[in-house]
Design a protein around this ligand. Structure first.
Ligand SMILES: [Zn+2]
Length: 183
């Protein structure tokens, strides 16, 4: 409960203190975009969903300036979308994982992906495909499995490199070529 309150305070402070992109907008879409609408932010969220969770790996995959990546990660942590999880004590190292609030972005990411597949397609086909883990069914437009009808969440799906995946696609290096999004 305390954590939830802290997250809420952090995200409200963030909107109130930092420059707002959409001042005067009493709109939940505008408020969400204040948190996740900056350049690169949704691609950071995408990479973490695909299992790219360490700073240097994110930087290499995204190819962005380290200070820009650090700023995006700090903002997502302050907003309670990501949290830092230690994976080494000596030397101290951490990786980034999605909180429950962050995992709730999954339908947004998936919606953008399927919209892009349809309206801004890659030459070789979809770079990433998502399926119901353990079932193999595709995800329909309503977030349900096309094969078994189950309502899907980030916890019940996995992503695989699709036919249009580049040689650098992170899932080409993933064990079994697939990543559970909430792993
Ligand atoms: Zn299914």
């Amino acid at each position: 409960m305390k954590r939830k309150l802290d997250d809420t305070v952090a995200s409200c402070n963030l909107i109130g203190v930092l420059n707002s992109d959409y001042p005067g907008q009493t709109c939940s879409i505008a408020r969400a975009l204040e948190l996740v609408g900056e350049r690169w932010t949704m691609l950071v969220v995408r990479d973490v969903l695909l299992g790219v969770r360490r700073f240097d790996d994110l930087q290499a995959d995204l190819g962005i300036a380290r200070n820009v990546l650090a700023a995006r990660l700090d903002k997502l942590v302050a907003a309670g979308v990501l949290e830092r999880r230690p994976y080494s004590e000596h030397p101290p190292r951490h990786e980034y994982v999605l909180t429950e609030k962050g995992l709730d972005l999954w339908p947004v990411v998936h919606g953008l992906m399927t919209w892009g597949d349809r309206h801004a397609p890659a030459a070789g086909g979809p770079p990433t495909v998502v399926e119901h883990r353990g079932c193999g069914g595709a995800v329909d437009a309503h977030g349900r499995c096309e094969r078994c009808g189950e309502a899907l969440s980030a916890r019940s799906v996995q992503a695989l490199a699709g036919p249009g995946a580049s040689p650098r696609h992170p899932l080409r290096r993933a064990p079994g070529g697939a990543a559970p999004l909430a792993g």
